[in-house]
Design a protein around this ligand. Structure first.
Ligand SMILES: [Zn+2]
Length: 377
């Protein structure tokens, strides 16, 4: 298989390591793993990209900018914040990851133009071949019911109404039914759950359309510049909670990376997001139960094929004792599933630069073993 390496730099002004060290680690990983592209996180210091480009020069490896859309931009640009349907700001600091995860309104064209402005100001001269757009979604149960039932600002009230959904009625229905608002008639493994409540069902449908329209808008901006555009998506099992419909959101994208994170105890981790649903709507009936096993991963990989563009499954390879307890066996199992379900590429997430040596080695060995088998066959 081919690989995309994902590297986190910190954030706009925060740094995890120096530009030289991060570039060196990218070079080392690329010398051992058959990579043809690297996704590098957002930082206002152009040295990160200059150093990386120097290491990658002549290798044919493409450099993509990891750019968050409806959160993070608000830390350095004036944006329209998201609200819940109860009239309060949606989103709050995530205690475990320490990241802000305060979200912006997905219907605001001003927000999209603000992100494009950040690209022009900080990154347009850095030699990127493409962008990898993250957080094109609403908040999840990470911000409680309020996060999932957003955005409810004036702009979004209008956008929902145009799609036949009155958010005031949604609020009243939720206040009447509470947890039962989220009762599910079905929740298949692909995450296309069907709420029993007709209004709840139409709310989730309309939210997906609003998020898809925002994705098409910002994808268009980068496509017009001749750039490759990728999207970071929640795994199918939990994607509907945040308004990500795999077919609708991918109309203008070149590729997606489903975050098939079975070991992540932080936002976007499948078990983590599911447990938050349980926590914030404990009496809701008919909820699916994702198991962190291989069969579940196979189902997620198959569901991701609903996308209208290329699918590059994303597997965590960095390690943290509290938030991402990966190991070499987990990585090898995940890569085998990706290959066996017919994919030709995986993304090694979300920080190759801090991944343990044993994890880089596990990927390298997985590829050597595959080459050997091919040689024998
Ligand atoms: Zn809004």
């Amino acid at each position: 298989m081919k690989y995309t390496l994902q590297v986190h730099t910190g954030s706009w002004h925060e740094t995890l390591d120096s530009p030289e060290n991060i570039a060196r680690k990218i070079g080392e990983a690329a010398s051992r793993i058959p990579a043809d592209s690297v996704i590098i996180g957002w930082n206002t210091d152009p040295a990160y990209y200059r150093e990386a480009a120097a290491v990658l020069r002549g290798s044919g490896i493409l450099m993509l900018l990891w750019l968050p859309v409806f959160s993070e931009a608000n830390r350095i640009a004036g944006t329209d914040g998201a609200e819940d349907i109860f009239g309060k700001p949606a989103g709050m600091p995530d205690e475990r990851s320490g990241e802000s995860f305060v979200f912006d309104c997905p219907s605001s064209r001003h927000n999209i133009r603000a992100v494009e402005g950040l690209y022009e100001k900080f990154f347009s001269d850095c030699g990127f071949d493409g962008v990898f757009l993250d957080r094109i979604r609403t908040q999840s149960f990470a911000a409680g019911v309020s996060g999932v039932l957003s955005c409810g600002c004036g702009r979004c009230r209008k956008a929902f109404l145009e799609r036949g959904v009155d958010l005031q009625a949604v609020r009243e229905r939720y206040e009447l039914k509470r947890d039962a608002f989220f009762d599910m008639a079905s929740w298949p493994a692909d995450g296309r759950f069907e709420p029993e409540d007709e209004l709840a069902r139409r709310f989730f449908e309309a939210k997906e359309e609003i998020i898809a329209a925002a994705a098409a808008d910002i994808c268009g901006y980068f496509k017009d510049r001749g750039m490759t555009v990728g999207l970071d998506l929640f795994a199918p099992a939990v994607s509907r909670l945040v308004g990500q419909h795999y077919a609708k959101i991918t109309e203008r994208a070149d590729f997606i990376k489903p975050m098939l994170y079975r070991r992540t105890e932080a936002p976007a981790g499948i078990g983590y997001e599911y447990a938050l649903f349980e926590k914030h709507a404990p009496a809701a009936r008919g909820r699916g139960k994702p198991a962190p096993d291989r069969a579940f991963l196979d189902a997620q990989l198959d569901a991701a094929k609903a996308a209208l563009c290329d699918v590059y499954p994303g597997i965590e390879i960095n390690y943290d004792r509290d938030t991402v307890r990966t190991d070499a066996g987990y990585i090898t199992e995940s890569l085998a599933a990706v290959r066996d379900r017919g994919f030709e590429r995986a993304v090694l997430c979300w920080d190759v630069a801090t991944a343990p040596e044993a994890h880089i080695e596990a990927v390298s060995r997985f590829e050597k073993d595959a080459d050997q088998k091919e040689g024998i066959g």
